[in-house]
Design a protein around this ligand. Structure first.
Ligand code: PRP
Length: 208
């Protein structure tokens, strides 16, 4: 049995679609169920920020998680494969009409990714104050809560519709398959066989 933690939402659906393709049978969660058992696989649905925690503690053998999430909360897990789904970028953004004033003593940056943000600006020796938010980050510069944002951009629609522009890209992200180190050791043959099957699917489609 291999247990697999999936982040709720589109990445879970895309990952299950790939499993359905690879194994020729339907993989889908019932309504509000959080566990799906199918053959030698047991999938569980968790918040994207919790995937690496489940894998690190071996509550799941493997998991699917965005590179952005892994970068924000570094965790001692084995990185197996870039699945090429859930592509997005972590960017610095500002209001179109009131760009960030880099001459002020401390720039206020709103974000749900404080570690990536601090790391980025400290590399540039720019002092910042983090305004930690949990969502709707784009709102902060519109109402004077922050001078700029560090956030995820996928289509760019949220930024555009709220008069924000990108200043720079910090990170290109996509969903990665990760494994618990002990599980990888104990179930190496099964896990590597699964990786090979997923990779084959990836090769034939360009991306999963
Ligand atoms: C993410 C991100 C942006 C939006 C970007 O938010 O924080 O707000 O998606 O997508 P787009 O470039 O396609 O418009 P999410 O939907 O996770 O919700 P949140 O605001 O609650 O974090």
């Amino acid at each position: 049995m291999i247990t697999i933690a999936l982040p709720k939402g589109r990445i879970a659906k895309d990952t299950l679609r790939v499993f359905s393709k690879v194994f020729g049978e339907e993989f889908a969660f019932d309504d509000r169920k959080l566990i799906l058992q199918k053959g030698e696989f047991c999938f569980m649905l968790v918040r994207s920020q919790d995937v690496a925690t489940y894998v690190y503690h071996q509550a799941a053998d493997i998991g699917v998680v965005g590179l952005d999430v892994l970068q924000e909360q570094p965790c001692n897990v084995v990185r197996l494969l870039d699945l090429g789904i859930g592509k997005c970028r972590v960017i610095v953004g500002e209001h179109r009409d009131t760009p960030i004033d880099y001459l002020q003593p401390k720039i206020k940056i709103a974000t749900k990714m404080p570690n990536i943000t601090l790391n980025h600006f400290s590399q540039k020796a720019i002092p910042i104050e983090i305004i930690k938010l949990y969502g709707s980050i784009e709102l902060a510069p519109l109402v004077g809560l922050a001078d700029g944002i560090v956030d995820i951009v996928e289509t760019g629609d949220t930024m555009r519709q709220n008069n924000l522009v990108e200043v720079e890209t910090i990170l290109h992200s996509s969903a990665h398959l990760i494994a618990n180190a002990n599980s990888f050791y104990a179930k190496k043959t099964q896990i590597l066989a699964l990786c090979a099957q997923l990779e084959q699917c990836l090769d034939s489609r360009g991306a999963l």
